[in-house]
Ligand binder design. Sequence first.
Ligand SMILES: *[C@@H]1O[C@H](CO)[C@@H](O)[C@H](O)[C@H]1NC(C)=O
Ligand SMILES: *[C@@H]1O[C@H](CO)[C@@H](O)[C@H](O)[C@H]1NC(C)=O
Length: 537
Amino acid sequence: MYNTILFLILNWIVNASTQQKSPNIVLIIADDLGWDDVSFHGSDQILTPNIDLLAYSGKALGRYYTHCICTPSRAALLTGKYAHRIGMQGYPLTNSEDRGLPTTEKILPQYLKELGYSTHLVGKWHVGQSRTEYLPMQRGFDSHFGHRGGYVDYYEYTLDETWSTGEVTGFGLFRNETPAWDVEGYLTDVYTEEAKSVIKLHDVNKPLFLMLAHNAPHAANYPSIVQAPPEDIRSMKHVELTGRRTYAAMVKKLDESVGEIVEALYKKQMLENTVIVFIADNGGMTSGVAMNFASNWPLRGLKMSPFEGGVRATGLVWSSSFNNSNHLWNGFIHVTDWLPIFLRIAGSEVPLDINGVDLWDDINTKDNSRRDEIYEIDDYTGFAAIISQDFKLVSGQVTLEYSNYQGENLRGMIGDPPSYADSVQKSKTYRILKNIGKPFKKEDVNLRRNIRVKCNQEIDKICYPDKNKFCLYNIKEDPCETNDLSATYPDIAESMLKRLHIEISKTIPRTVPLYRNPESLPRLHNFTWTTFADNFK
Ligand SMILES: *[C@@H]1O[C@H](CO)[C@@H](O)[C@H](O)[C@H]1NC(C)=O
Ligand SMILES: *[C@@H]1O[C@H](CO)[C@@H](O)[C@H](O)[C@H]1NC(C)=O
């Protein structure tokens, strides 16, 4: 009897201590946020104090790479594999397509659930919604509140598509499997409140995995492509151009959301055992399809291009346990690396059949990264790129309109910018970091200077690849990809091209053309974008 009790007590202690070791993981994803749209990258125009403060007391990722489009980027995040290895590369999923992340893939929330985590998705999914088996609840999430497709309107929660028969529209906000008709409000606030309630209701005996995938600052439906509450737009009156001003207000709401989440974790006494990651899914869309007035300036290219503006994105990781006082980490890190990093900090083995690399120790204790290669392959558009150490080779067919320099004209300001010091000191995160003994220090703002991308402005030699031509850049010396070095370093080009072709040979072809399945028509489903292919073969 006595032994049994002792055993139970010991068992309880062992369980309690192992439970404490697994940190909570909060992954916040911004949608189509540009490189120049956060102030820790140097912007004086759009101030993001809450996001910046996480970088100042965590690690700003100076070379965070991702896929250049939403669906591939999210598929890679969830599987730890390059999108082209699982057929998810290229043009993003539409709501009328019967396609999804293959159900044979084991994904991040499934792994974490097995490790005892509560798993919740608030916000965007965008890796398959035509069949029930593609939905988050069937893929390891305990709950999903959000949109399943590329975006929705910030107030109406609808998504429009242009079919050959004309415009179609449908409601796209769901609570688990049912349309969330009852919801009211600005979507960034709605998602923030939902995420806070997940934190508030969380059973602290279990570790939490919360993925908050904001709609912001993705464009909404044409013609109302940028949307924010009027008072927030008014508070951005220093921003010169009208579209950019509303965009700035959308980013302000996103930044405030980050502060609210930090506060909710703090109030629940979870913050110090939580790893927070904030990333953009890809670069901003300054013009063209889904244009949102984002800017990747001075980087070259937009979302949907393999140039740096498409793939080198905003990223940071925060943990109260970081030891190193250097808050800028410039090693290569790719979206596929989060899965092994999260599994590692959750105390698990890292699967072997993935492309991601567990970089937790590198980020925490080293200046460089064990990862020295990154691929961006899209057989749908027709381009392929490889990054290796200092060099990047881009080959094939790129979309020219998305491969140039844009955004500088969006930087205009009327009068003085708002005070950065003020905005930092008034933010929720400032107060909370002080409370947990990680106060903001004035010298932290040096990060803004050190992470800034400096370009030589000679763009006379600018190289555009095509079907028969590739371009080679030294992206460490020339991060703006202005200077083609393929004639200067033919050996490097040849060896990189060889490796690129080996990787291309591992591609699962993205053969499925964009097809609007008439069964998806929202009018057939009480005006919602819901599952429509469950009975298909
Ligand atoms: C920081 O150092 C402490 C003590 O050496 C160690 O226990 C902790 O794991 C380190 N933090 C990380 C994130 O590795
Ligand atoms: C159909 O949509 C309306 C909102 O337009 C909603 O109130 C109603 O509950 C829906 N009906 C069903 C059967 O889901």
